[in-house]
Every structure is written in C-alpha cells, then in structure tokens.
Ligand binder design. Structure first.
Ligand code: GLA
Length: 382
C-alpha cells in the first residue's frame, strides 16, 4: 500500500493552518541499525542505514513560534526558552535553542510537520524530526550549515534540551546516509565509511512502544560509565568502554558487580561483531551477517537486558522459518525487529511469522520490507 506523501501532507497542512505558503523546508529519514547497539555512547562502532520513510518539516517566517503536526492538526504555540513539557514540540524547541546559541535561528517561525516514520518503534523518528527541523530553520535564517554542524544541532537538542542521554548514531545516519549503503560509523574516532547494502530487509514492529526518556536508557548509560571507571581503577588502560580489550574481560570479571560485567561484555563483543559484520557485508556473505545479528540479539537479551519478550519470539520465529538472522533494532525495550533472509523467502516467511505471533501474542504484527535509502535533503513545497 503506497504511503501518503509527507511532503504533500505537510504542504497542505501549512497552508491550511497558517494561511500562507512555506518559504523553506527539509526532510530526513528514519533509520534501522543493522548492528552496534548501545555502542555509540561507549566509543564503539555502529552500522545503521536510512529508511525510505521520511519526516518533512516546512517552515515560514513568523512572530513567536507556532507548529502543527499532521498527527493531530492542532496549531500549538510554544516558547523555546521554556522548560521541556513532554510534548513533541520539545524537539523543535531544542533545535531552536541550539541554533539560537549559534546565531543561526530565525527570530520566530511557523512550522508544519508530516511524517511516515513510525514513532516509538525504535526507528529514530526523533532524529528525523530534529535533523529536518535544523536544516529547514537554518535555511529560513539564510545560514548554510554543514552536515556535521546539523548533526551537532540535532544531537544537542535531544541530549541537552529534551534530556535523553543519547549518542550520535541517529542524527549521523539521518545526515550522512547514502542509498543502497549502510554506514560504519566509528564513534570513538569519529570516522564514517559507506558499506554496500543492496538487499531487502524485513521489518516487524513488536507493537511495544518504547520511550527513551523513561529511564532505562539513561540507567544503562550510567551502568556503562560505572563499568568503565572500575576497569580503569583495576589498571585497564581504555579510552572508552568499547576499547576495553576482549582478553581482559575475565580478569576484570571479579572486580565488579555481575550486572556491570554483563553490560561491559555486551559493549566489547558487540563492537567486534559490528566491524566483522561490516566486513562480511562487503563480501556479500549474508549467512555470516545473519549469524552476527543473532549473536547481537542474544547479547542485548541476556547481557544488556534491553530486549522484550515479543522481540525474542519474533527473532526465534524468523529463524525457524528460514531467516539468515534477525534482531531487535534501536534502543530496545520494544520497537522493531529486523530480519535478513534470502529475498525469495520473504513472502512465505512473513506469513509464517505473522501466524506464530498471532498464536503466541494474540495480535497481528505490522511488517514491511525496506531498502537502504538516502539522507536528509532540502524540500520545496509544491
Ligand atoms: C537510541 C539512541 C542512539 C543509540 C541507540 C542504541 O536510538 O538515540 O544514540 O544509543 O538508542 O544503540
């Protein structure tokens, strides 16, 4: 079923809400992280790709700030200087505040947003919104910001203003994605390499919504910080948790609480797996990539404890029905499972997995196949 064009939707929403036409605009994609979960704030590698599904942000000049979303069509006035209120406009306010500090924010504006990136599904809908907003508003104030600068604006908006202690993976892929490629982003060295990914991927939404700000995510970050401190205290010389040598794991095991050790083991092994998977992708060794996905899922289930029962069932079911591999993608505790299988198997596999899920969980999962798409771009309202 074709999705409504978010550009057309945002454009008519803008005109209907503000009785004028937008003067600038941009869109940015959601993302799927193929591998490298909870490594980006630990100095490790990540391997995301961008979805063809995008969020469109159209803007025009105004006095004060007003925004409207296609989700409910209600025009909201907001003050970017006020404390976050737990509303979607907090993300806009975050971007405006960071742009303001850089003297790249217009004095006021009108903003219309339409998105086909599912929210709360672990597909980085918030980074799609912040990156597109940063691009559109900087255009409105006639400032050309580099991709790197846009990533920083979007990251600080979410991290410093909204208060989710996220890494930079989601903003980075939204800004740097290339069609038919995943991006190997080494967060420790801040280097990026495009890795060919020209096969369809099946996505299955668990239907369990996760909310990053709920606390589990920030708690994991604190645990990772504590694990790194302990490693250093016992003489392991590592600049980040991901850089702790795998061969020292057994040596530090008895030095920290079991739970911290498992967080550490996840980050260290996941980092190695992610680099190995990027290599396997370049040689098109998909069965090997699939095995890494399964190992990655087991690690977030058992060591990082960021999976959920619905995702575990979907992964097992996908493998039973012929997938090379599958795993829960994104922050976790709900969201979306990605499946990598021989392309001709997807139709039968989808049916079989949906039947298992209905039997085991009692409802039909939302699922769709996708391919790696491009990053943000400027949009003109048509
Ligand atoms: C969220 C964060 C990212 C990353 C992932 C987990 O998507 O925004 O920075 O930490 O979770 O890998």
């Amino acid at each position: 079923m074709p999705l409504t064009s978010p550009l057309r939707l945002a454009s008519s929403l803008f005109e209907a809400s503000f009785a004028s036409r937008p003067t600038a605009g941009a869109s940015a994609p959601g993302r799927v992280n193929l591998l490298g979960e909870h490594t980006d704030y630990n100095g490790g590698p990540v391997l995301p790709f961008a979805l063809p599904r995008r969020t469109v942000v159209l803007v025009g000049p105004g006095t004060g700030w007003e925004a409207v979303s296609a989700l409910d069509g209600a025009v909201v006035r907001f003050d970017p200087a006020a404390a976050p209120e737990g509303r979607w406009t907090d993300y806009l306010a975050g971007v405006i505040r960071v742009l303001h500090e850089m003297r790249a924010a217009p004095p006021g504006g009108r903003i219309a947003v339409a998105s086909v990136v599912p929210a709360g599904a672990g597909l980085a809908s918030s980074a799609a919104l912040t990156v597109a907003t940063a691009k559109a508003l900087s255009q409105l104030s006639h400032r050309r910001l580099s991709r790197e600068a846009l990533v920083e604006v979007a990251y600080h908006a979410e991290h410093d203003v909204v208060g989710v202690q996220c890494g930079r993976m989601d903003q980075t892929i939204a800004a740097h994605a290339t069609a038919r490629h995943a991006l190997l982003f080494e967060t420790g060295e801040d280097t990026r390499r495009q890795v060919p990914l020209d096969v369809p991927i099946l996505l299955i939404e668990t239907g369990v919504s996760h909310r990053l700000a709920d606390g589990e995510y920030n708690r994991r970050r604190a645990e990772c910080g504590a694990a790194l401190e302990t490693c250093r205290a016992v003489g392991v010389d590592a600049g980040s948790l991901a850089a702790v040598p795998e061969e020292t794991l057994e040596q530090v095991r008895s030095q920290m609480p079991e739970v911290l050790f498992r967080r550490l083991r996840h980050v260290v092994r996941e980092s190695g797996r992610t680099r190995a998977a990027a290599l396997a992708l370049t040689t098109r060794d998909f069965p090997r990539v699939g095995q890494f996905l399964l190992d990655g899922h087991a690690s977030i289930r058992d060591d990082f404890e960021s999976s959920c029962g619905e995702a575990d069932r979907l992964v097992e079911s996908a493998v039973r029905h012929g997938a090379w591999g599958a795993r829960l993608t994104g922050a976790g505790w709900g969201g979306t499972v990605l499946v990598l299988a021989p392309p001709e198997r997807y139709p039968a596999l989808s049916k079989a997995v949906a039947a298992d899920f209905r039997r085991e969980v009692g409802r039909a999962p939302v699922m769709w196949t996708t391919r790696a798409a491009g990053g943000f771009r400027g949009e003109r309202a048509g």
